[in-house]
Design a protein around this ligand. Sequence first.
Ligand code: GAL
Ligand code: ZN
Length: 663
Amino acid sequence: MGIHFGVDYYPEHWPRERWETDARLMKEMGVQVVRMAEFSWFKMEPAEGEFHFEWLEEAVALLDSYGIKSILGTPTAAPPAWIIQKNPEIQPIDRQGRRRHFGGRHHDCQSNPDYRVHIRRFVTAFAKRFADNPGVIGWQIDNELGNSHGDLCMCDSCKRQFQKWLGRKYGTVEVLNEAWGTAFWSQGYNSFEQVGTPLITAVGENPSAMLDWKCYCSDLIVDFADWQAQIIRENCPSHFITHNFMCFDNKVDYYDLAGLMDFVSNDIYPAGHWQKQPHQPDNELAACHDVIRGYKKKPFWMMEQQSGMAGWEIMGRALEPGQMAAWAMQSVAHGADAVVFFRWRTCAMGTEQYWHGILGHSGNPGRIYNEAKRLTETFTKYMEEFEGSMPCPEVAIVHSFRQNYAFDIQPNHPQLRYVEQLQKYYKAFYDRKIPVDFVQDMDDLSQYKLVIAPLQYLMTPELEQHYMDYVADGGNLVLTMRTGVKDATNLCMTDRELPGRLGDLCGIEVPEYDCLLETTGGVLYGKKEYEIEKWCDIITLKGAHQIAEYSTGFYKQTPAITENKYGSGTVWYIGTEPGEELMEDIMTYITRICEIEPLGTAADGVEMMTRESEEKVWLFVINHTADEQVYHLHGMYTLLEGACEEFLQPYEVQLFEGYKRRK
Ligand code: GAL
Ligand code: ZN
């Protein structure tokens, strides 16, 4: 497409006279694309049916005259006050049954039929108006779908939709009663009409009902996006459609949402004030990019890449010199074909006054602008080459929204978080410079030498068979604690000991377990004692052999980690959450058995990642630290960018080119 760097731009926040200066400065910085208008409904339709697109056309044309293309966002995450006045019931209801009102954003119910009428009118006019505009190349639907929709929406319209959804899923209310286990606490229903949205209860909630609710909410959001995408495609067939996802966020199943998009986009704010301090660790960011690539198994765009200090009422840390560029190139290393920085100029009004951009409030180019300019000058030409290329990892980690929902509903241990658990496994590979893909459980796994499937809590006969086939055919699989505990509707399995049929695969049984509340435990592996956390499965060997044992608890000296040959493959069962050290040592052992080669060696904070085309491999070495670093590569590469091989300046990004690895 020839477009690799851009900014999120809000010309409507600034006087018309300033726009030309913006366009010129953007061009000089190497900006090739802007995203605009995703929060400008009132400006484009100040009263029903009165469309004012001229200002946006003017901005698009001006930018186009500087060679900058536009992506337009449908502004449906912030309906204007006149819509709310006409249809106040569009405003969502929270779990407490309270209405959430106009004045911020996301004050909309996505199932509300009146809201859909407003959207159809507006989006049809919007798409028609820009369909043949030479400056426009694509659309973003809504903005960060699912964001701020934590507990929303419990309104009557959502209730009716939920009932219909349940009707389609279960057919009869008797089947629902069975699937939800409503014999407990007298929760049986005589008809679907009796089923409500999960408004706050006196105490407790039904885990099966909650799982269906979360899946319904996800389906609603997917439907909302799909329906908008259809309006755009009918009226404007030649443009691409994308959406800005939020890494691992789980309000909507991103695998489903990705299916509607021409490509996936992502938003990332490593130094947001809500992140771990001073910023989200580079391994976690890397995992975010990998999961985003996994949603569509395709390269993606960064639609909002942090460019300045981030905050609303409170601010996070300032970005150190070089940090923004290192984070941007990290996105590219993991599969981004374009990086759009949020935002062009720091806004002087509204909630986001302190969410800083490429330019500060003054609008004068400064340190961040110059850094972005250097970045585009160095890397635009390579990005043209990278376009479409993909990382090709040998290791996959299984990721599932349904498992995530189930652990949100019942964490088992108060500190157990599904995504955090995945991140812990991921880090063991990242630190050892071994690239990872995220995959869905039922994906074809045969291309991977090693598959890690943590917390396979909800289980189906099909998934059991899938894992057994993968290992039988020579795959190497890691399964963990809390596997095979529940069926697909979130009822506990009762037909055999845990982990169900996967016990045959693993050569074990787990008749008992222990929850490490407010304490940690120990494991003996080799000659060393290690810390473990949260959970201990008490394991009986049924053919597997033990590779680590507990050193604490009444089950001390019983197996904690086991290994089993099955068909032509091997399966490991990890009955606990390994502390960081044990995780590292166990994964070193497992990757050695699987003959997985790291890209090189370096300290933590130095990242290595590759993208591959038909013939070439590009290797990125990124220093995420403020210190000088040394590293060593395994393999033959030619340095394309960077001062000195095997040595990195603080936050330096080096780029190498090499020949294809032989598989
Ligand atoms: C993102 C959002 C943007 C902007 C930014 C800063 O999550 O997509 O619209 O709000 O955060 O708050
Ligand atoms: Zn609603």
